[in-house]
Design a protein around this ligand. Sequence first.
Ligand code: FMN
Length: 191
Amino acid sequence: MNTLDTIATRRSIRKFKPDPIPDEALTAILTASIQAPSSKNRQPWRFVVVQGDKHTEMVRVMRQGIANAKARGDDPGSSEHTADVMEQVPLTVFVFNPFGMHPWLARSIEQNFYDVVNIQSIGAAIQNMVLAAQDLGIGSLWICDVFEAYEELRQWLGEESQMIAAVSFGYADERPAARPRKPIKQVARWV
Ligand SMILES: Cc1cc2nc3c(=O)[nH]c(=O)nc-3n(C[C@H](O)[C@H](O)[C@H](O)COP(=O)(O)O)c2cc1C
């Protein structure tokens, strides 16, 4: 597939087959990810791969985190539905920023800029992952609903750094139509 076709045909997938992802495909996805550009070539990404029995356990931890959040009175948003989707997939990659601060903590302006550039770099790395997966015929879902179980998941994963997102991968069991996009005229202007 050429790059523009890969970009145009990628979809967020929320219905997956249980088939495992071959190791070579995961290696290709991670290899694509680390080829992303990054500010000062800092490569501010760290990945934690979760699969097999550990994946089942991870979703349980996420559900517990969501339940804890609800008990505190927080609105769980779409996180319960996302946990249902994650339950179907064989593999999830968590993405961390080792240079980032905990999102609940106040930060200096300098740290704020540092976070902004590092998170942009990590966004590029995640986009490379989902496009590489698409090219390999593998579906993906970029997930920030893991924030509803932020502390629980970080602790279970043994990570102290800033959690940025999770990306679930599996073979798609649906072919969603393209989701609407705002027209270019609405989001870009020429000077
Ligand atoms: C930063 C980010 C966080 C997202 N978090 C979630 C999520 O937690 N759960 C979910 O179902 N989809 C999530 N999505 C997927 C978006 O809902 C999806 O990209 C958007 O609706 C457009 O659909 P498309 O990806 O099929 O083009 C996320 C996407 C991004 C980029």
